[in-house]
Design a binder for this molecule. Sequence first.
Ligand code: DC
Length: 241
Amino acid sequence: MQKITIAIDGYSSCGKSTLAKALAQRLNYSYIDTGAMYRAVTLYAIQHQLIEPKTHEINLSGLLEALVNIEVSFQFNTHSRSSETYLNGVNVEREIRTMQVSENVSKISSIKEVREKMVALQRKMGRSKGVVMDGRDIGTHVFPNAELKLFMTADTTVRAQRRLDELSSKGQYYTLEEVKQNLLSRDYEDSHRKENPLIQAKDAIVLDNTDISREEQLEFVLKLITDLQLTKDRNASMASK
Ligand code: DC
């Protein structure tokens, strides 16, 4: 079977990365978490005092100057069997998932130059296909010709509860309302920014996972991929005749 590009976009905390990881594992594809890349840049800005902690104001000229020094990469951890995010060679997988990063990442990811740098890297990482990439603009901007595009959504309270559980499992405690407000404000900022906002690609398949299990969701998408590849192979063989 020919390898394809799978683009998964959607709102915050609706299970994009869970699905993307499971798909990558089943298909033996690579998985790229593009949100992690924007989170890593945000972490850099926090560590280098380029964001005012209370007002969230960004030192834009400082950040633009520092962009050349920011290197984001992924490495596969054979113990956890998942890919982990590195910022300038340091594993930051844990640090990028804190609420402090979540509160600032939408602002950082709305900066044109930051997006240009990350998108160029994402295209490079996915150029040989066989990739599952999740984010906000993958099907609309990064890989507009992706063979499969999914747009994920779920009920806001369900999403907030999932996020709350994830944070508390890492020893970070918040109220459901605090987490919900963070999701809603990120969704708003991500959908209303000028640069590549979060919108549903016209040819994306909508997946609302409020009431379906992870397994059902995975089987549904695997079936879509099988159907798609059968059509692709059939068309290729007809074209060669
Ligand atoms: O997927 P996530 O919640 O880890 O992403 C963090 C933020 O990064 C999200 O609020 C918006 C931004 N983002 C983006 O602008 N474009 C992407 N392709 C991925 C994430």
